[in-house]
Design a protein around this ligand. Structure first.
Ligand code: 5RP
Length: 233
């Protein structure tokens, strides 16, 4: 994914931002470009209040003097702009490559409008080529992992590797919420609704990276511009 394509998508999303809005700020390299560009507008006096989907984005936004609100006391979120790891023709997403899926989903799901900024490399016919991140509580993680593996088998998704996401030093990665991430190497997810529903039922699963009815539009950046795919299309 080229930086030009990312920037074009981010700039197009910036056109959707109106004075006085409360914005949800996504996580990842594409969202970071959006936050940088928003910071430039704020410096010129543009009035917005934001909530961040990760500590990293929060730190970036604060370093740019973007006014940040506490999610619990913030007014309703008008618009969230975030990246994605995959999107399909129904604008269903896989997210969590940057381990921020829990906060990303809480914020995206509470937003009036959720817009994804990405490029065509993330466009798939069927979700699942990107390993599906599942955020789990550290307590009893081995048991939760076994339950996830068993559930995949019951769904007929056999032989799928489930890996605990690790830091470079080999320790399990800790999310901003103090959880771990299981990456499900599904290759293909034939029934994303079913998989999402059963994962939701497993004790110890905090959240999964299937964002199935949340995105309103995807802005696909290219080298020369953007194409927007909206839910109504
Ligand atoms: C983080 C995410 C990111 O939005 C996703 O990984 C895309 O990142 P990038 O814009 O760097 O490709 O879901 O949890």
């Amino acid at each position: 994914m080229s930086d030009i394509a990312k920037r074009n998508a981010a700039l197009e999303a910036l056109n959707l931002v109106e004075e006085g809005m409360t914005l949800g700020l996504g996580t990842g390299s594409t969202a970071a470009i959006f936050v940088d560009e928003l910071g430039k507008k704020v410096k010129e006096g543009f009035d917005v209040v934001c909530v961040a989907t990760s500590e990293a984005t929060d730190a970036q936004a604060r370093s740019l003097d973007i006014p940040m609100a506490d999610l619990d006391t913030a007014p309703a979120i008008h618009l969230t702009v975030d990246g994605a790891d995959e999107f399909d023709p129904e604008l269903r997403l896989v997210k969590g490559g940057g381990a921020a899926l829990l906060r990303e989903k809480i914020i995206a799901d509470s937003s009036d409008v959720m817009v994804v900024i990405t490029d065509a490399s993330k466009q798939v016919k069927q979700l699942g080529a990107f390993p599906l991140p599942v955020e789990v509580n550290p307590f009893g993680m081995a048991l939760t992992k076994a339950r996830v593996e068993e559930t995949l088998e019951i769904l007929g998704m056999n032989g799928i590797h489930v890996n605990v996401r690790l830091n470079q030093d080999g320790t399990p990665l800790l999310t901003d919420g103090g959880h771990h991430i299981l990456d499900l190497h599904c290759k293909a997810i034939p029934d994303a609704d079913m998989l999402g529903a059963v994962l939701d039922q497993i004790p110890g699963v905090v959240e999964h990276g299937l964002f199935l009815d949340i995105a309103d539009a995807v802005i696909v950046g290219t080298e020369t511009g953007t194409e927007t795919i909206s839910r109504e299309d």
